[in-house]
Design a protein around this ligand. Structure first.
Ligand SMILES: [Zn+2]
Length: 458
């Protein structure tokens, strides 16, 4: 099967030009002007952008949390991702207390197998570290699971102490892996949560009021300091607070390999959403929480000036019915997370490129190229070049759509951006040479995605 995409504007992290792309089997094999080779299928991309497929390095499909499970599994979640122009995800496997990393990896491989419609890799969440686990980290890195996520929050569930964090960092210095950090001071937050509940403060907004920006900034600073002592890079996940961004900026200005991502929810939503009537604030209960509206401009500046290197989603949907409602009388029991895997590209294009906050090249870099480089997928993924996978999004920069749970494909009963109009919509999506979305219809298949063995840091 071969595919010729003609007359589009090809955009990468560095270039923008009119041209044709020829995909032979699963790989891009030629780029040029007026390519004339015969192809099984020709797609006319006139007036549209031809972009490398989106890469979302922070998703939680089929993840147990707070007595329930995120409502998208690897089938519904990856189909929704494809509709939104994302052709690769890196999800998280979890090592629970007393389990081996290998067991966790196998468990999550089974969740994805036969279901994922796009390619996928895994980060490994470690909740316990001992000599055996450290050795297992090396084995996992060799098997292509080259990043590990640690938590400074959720004491008793996910949180690791500083000694364990430091040991894990040191180990990645030897095995070439990368540590990803959930940076919030879990001890302090726990005290504040208990105090609020004791005072009868049970509404969703108290989720945010008990997780202050300074608790994120403190943990971000500590994470970077531990990585500096260990002399290894670090990647901060879902950075939300301007105070935390300052810590990353300070470290990068000193030349340290500190990296961070933010997510659309922190760029487009704010604390005000928690004040919505009734229990609606629960739609936005996620950790870290939404911040003051003024934070948004600071994060956009961070993205523009490379203090932030990626926009991922932290997609972790829970329905209002039967799931979010578990915390109706106690905000600390609201499952943490929100849907976003499908809306990332349109939101960042509409709110970032069209407003002039970031360039079109930077948009591609933040949603595809840079995460591919940081997480060992480049140049197989993250660009349009001969030899790269034929993961291509044909994007219509002029088309408008209104975001709504009714028309989006994520399996969840609300959308945090309900009613928002965006300009810039995914038209056609190609995953390793196969057209998987066409004219708004999914034409791929569950199980069409493959596990990605990722490379170590170079
Ligand atoms: Zn997450």
């Amino acid at each position: 099967m071969s595919l010729l995409i003609k007359n589009g504007t090809i955009v990468t992290a560095t270039d923008q030009y009119k041209g044709d792309v020829f995909v032979d089997g699963e790989k891009i094999s030629a780029i040029g002007t007026a390519l004339t080779m015969p192809a099984d299928r020709v797609i006319d991309a006139k007036g549209k952008y031809v972009l490398p497929g989106g890469i979302d390095v922070h998703t939680h499909l089929d993840i147990p949390f707070g007595g329930t499970t995120s409502s998208d599994d690897f089938e519904t979640g990856t189909i929704a991702a494809a509709h939104g122009g994302t052709t690769t995800i890196v999800d998280f496997a979890i090592q629970y207390h007393g389990q081996t990393l290998h067991h966790a990896w196998e468990t999550w491989m089974k969740k994805a197998e036969g279901k994922a419609a796009i390619d996928y890799g895994f980060h490994m969440i470690m909740t316990e570290l001992n000599d055996q686990v450290e050795q297992e980290m090396d084995a996992l890195v060799r098997q292509g699971v080259t990043s590990f996520k640690l938590f400074m929050a959720y004491p008793g569930v996910f949180m690791l102490d500083d000694a364990s964090i430091f040991k894990a960092l040191l180990r990645t210095g030897k095995n070439g892996g990368t540590i990803c950090m959930h940076a919030e001071n879990g001890g302090v937050i726990d005290v504040m949560v208990k105090k609020a509940l004791a005072e009868g403060k049970t509404a969703p907004k108290y989720h945010a009021l008990t997780r202050p920006a300074r608790a994120e900034a403190e943990a971000t600073h500590r994470a970077i300091a531990l990585a500096e002592i260990a002399d290894v890079p670090i990647y901060i996940v879902h950075l939300s607070a301007a105070e935390a961004l300052e810590m990353v900026t300070e470290a990068r200005d000193r030349g340290l390999p500190a990296y961070a991502e933010t997510c659309p929810q922190y760029l487009f939503l704010s604390y005000d959403n928690y004040e919505e009537p009734g229990f609606d604030g629960a739609k936005y209960v996620m950790s870290p929480p939404l911040r003051a509206k003024e934070t948004q401009d600071r994060l956009w500046r961070g993205l523009a000036f490379n203090d932030l290197q990626a926009v991922s989603t932290d997609h972790c949907p829970f329905c209002m019915k039967e799931q979010k409602v578990l915390g109706e009388n106690d905000f600390s029991k609201i499952p943490n997370g929100a849907p976003g895997i499908e809306t990332r590209m349109s939101l960042v294009y509409d709110g970032g490129v069209r407003t002039g906050k970031i360039s079109l090249n930077r948009f591609v870099e933040l949603t595809s190229t840079s995460p591919a480089k940081i997480f060992g997928l480049f140049p197989r993924k993250g660009t349009i070049a001969p030899g790269s996978d034929g993961d291509i999004v044909i994007f219509d920069p002029e088309k408008k759509t209104t975001l709504s749970a009714k028309t989006l494909h994520m399996r969840v009963d609300y959308n945090p951006y309900e009613g928002r109009e965006v300009t810039g919509v995914t038209d056609t999506v190609i995953s390793r040479g196969r057209v998987i979305v066409e004219s708004g219809k999914f034409t791929g298949n569950a199980g069409g995605g493959a596990f990605l063995k990722r490379a170590i840091r170079s």
